[in-house]
Ligand binder design. Structure first.
Ligand code: GAL
Length: 485
């Protein structure tokens, strides 16, 4: 297995190479005084240029690493409660996370979403926690969350207001980051509503996120505390997967989720084209989970959770935990699926190796890619999604996945049935996959495949004997030798 090392951001730019390069370029025939003077001027100009450049596209956020290496797992209030939140509910939810075994399963965060504040800032300019919803104040809230062994998340917006028209953080980034840290929060979801006019920002979305990323980075440096985890919520606009890793730890790749199969299929389809962007410290965010909500059937909820976990999206539960069914809890705590999400050795996502119903790379909101695989520390993960409205048989050749070695056989582990399903040689067939259902498998190398299999290459294209004979798949191999069919 080709395990990639931790992805670290490029080292912070230094002026030193610039000075050396320019210093080396100085002509030797000049007198030493002129050389020193020129060197000094170049050094000053270089330094000024560096800081000027850094002011515009400074990657200060990149200079601090070490938070959210793996996809964040926790709770977010939005899908379950929208604006109807208060301190009692948050603490009750945090306690349910413990008593229902969710924290033991790996869920660590309790995150507030929109609508926690007053509509106006204080006279001195600070965001105020809503007196009605959070009468004890935010510090008391995060203290209780921390006392339960959990971390706490808050929400703001890169524009004038949040999406529900509470104060946003534009032009108040440093002040708000400090307030959130003083309130005791560890994590910030940052939205994209109420965008100021172009002639004010002279920036697009990337610049507005950069402002908060730099504020968080500066605050971490001045306070000596870890940076707030920055979760960027721009609904997959302006290709966050290309640039957002410079600023934070996750970025939305998709529209807002709904608790329907149509929405789940749509988001899987969208994200299938960007799976390459997720790795340690930076994750595609497919939005808050809807497991336990709306009209999702048991099979659909399993598919939803599997796809989010194996594509290394943050896993943020957002159902009413008090009334959560046993099935919902079983899905959310499946240890074998969570182990892939939280793999400490392999940070990458599964990706489609065959679209199935559609030709490869065709975008289809109702029928996303069906055959997926990826690496994990314990073997190759396969995810098969039956996008049809009826049960289906799903078949694949093992070496369609690049992570499978030709000429080997594989022990098959079913990550939902929790059973060992024998050994796969060359191919695998899943019978009776339910409508909108999923099959999640872990294939572990189990040694050489049996001798004498025909054809001698599982992939027949350009399969050739050492003497130059092209292998004809219409012949078969037996212990006695090759014979015509
Ligand atoms: C949306 C966001 C939702 C939720 C909502 C709050 O932009 O996608 O997850 O945060 O705003 O108003």
């Amino acid at each position: 297995m080709n395990v990639k090392p931790d992805t670290e951001a490029p080292a912070a730019m230094s002026t030193t190479p610039l000075l050396h390069r320019d210093a080396r370029a100085r002509p030797r025939w000049k007198g030493s005084f002129i050389s020193v003077l020129s060197f000094t001027i170049v050094a000053m100009v270089g330094t000024l240029m560096f800081f000027a450049h850094r002011g515009r596209h400074g990657h200060r956020a990149n200079e601090i690493q070490g938070v959210a290496r793996l996809p964040v797992m926790g709770y977010n209030t939005w899908n379950a409660y929208h604006c109807d939140i208060n301190e009692e509910l948050i603490i009750k939810t945090a306690k349910f996370m413990k008593t229902l075994g969710l924290t033991d399963a790996g869920y660590t965060h309790v995150n507030l979403d929109d609508c926690y504040s007053e509509k106006q800032r204080s006279p001195s300019g600070d965001i105020l926690a809503s007196k009605d919803k959070f009468p004890s104040g935010m510090k008391a809230l995060t203290d209780q969350i921390h006392d339960l062994g959990l971390q706490a998340g808050i929400y703001s917006d890169s524009g004038w207001f949040t999406c529900q028209i509470y104060p946003g953080s534009y032009q108040n980034e440093a002040r708000d980051a400090k307030l959130f840290q003083d309130w005791g929060f560890d994590y910030l979801k940052y939205d994209n509503c109420a965008v100021p006019f172009d002639n004010i920002t002279r920036e697009n979305i990337m610049g507005r996120y950069e402002r908060m990323a730099n504020a968080i980075s500066d605050l971490s440096k001045s306070s000596g505390k870890p940076p707030l985890v920055l979760s960027m919520c721009q609904w997959g606009r302006e290709q966050g997967w290309l640039w957002a890793k410079k600023y934070g730890q996750s970025w939305r790749t998709t529209n807002d989720i709904q608790p329907t199969w149509e929405s789940i299929a749509d988001l899987i389809n969208q994200n299938s084209f960007y799976t390459w962007a997720s790795d340690f410290y930076g994750h595609n965010d497919m939005d808050i989970l809807e497991v336990g909500n709306g009209d999702l059937s048991y099979e659909e909820a399993k598919t939803h959770f599997t796809a989010w976990a194996l594509m290394k999206s943050p896993l943020l539960i957002s159902a009413d935990l008090e009334s959560a069914s046993q099935e919902t809890l079983e899905i959310l705590t499946n240890p074998e699926i969570i182990a892939i999400s939280q793999d400490p050795v392999v940070g990458t996502s599964v990706s489609p190796f065959r679209w199935g119903i559609n030709p490869d790379y065709v975008s289809n909101v109702t029928h996303p890619a069906q055959y997926w695989s990826g690496e994990s520390q314990n073997g190759t993960v396969f995810m098969l999604i039956n996008t049809l409205d009826e049960p289906a048989t799903m078949f694949f050749n093992l070496t369609e996945s690049p992570w499978i070695r030709a000429g080997r056989q594989y022990a098959v582990r079913d990550l939902w049935a929790h059973t060992n399903n024998g050994t796969a040689v060359r191919n695998f067939t899943a019978h009776g996959v339910p409508a909108h259902g999923v099959v999640a498998l872990l294939l572990e190398d189990a040694g050489d495949e049996p001798e004498g299999l025909w054809p001698p290459c599982a992939v027949i294209e350009w399969c050739m004997a050492e003497d130059g004979t092209m292998i004809d798949p219409d012949k078969k191999w037996s212990a006695e030798g090759r014979e015509d069919l």
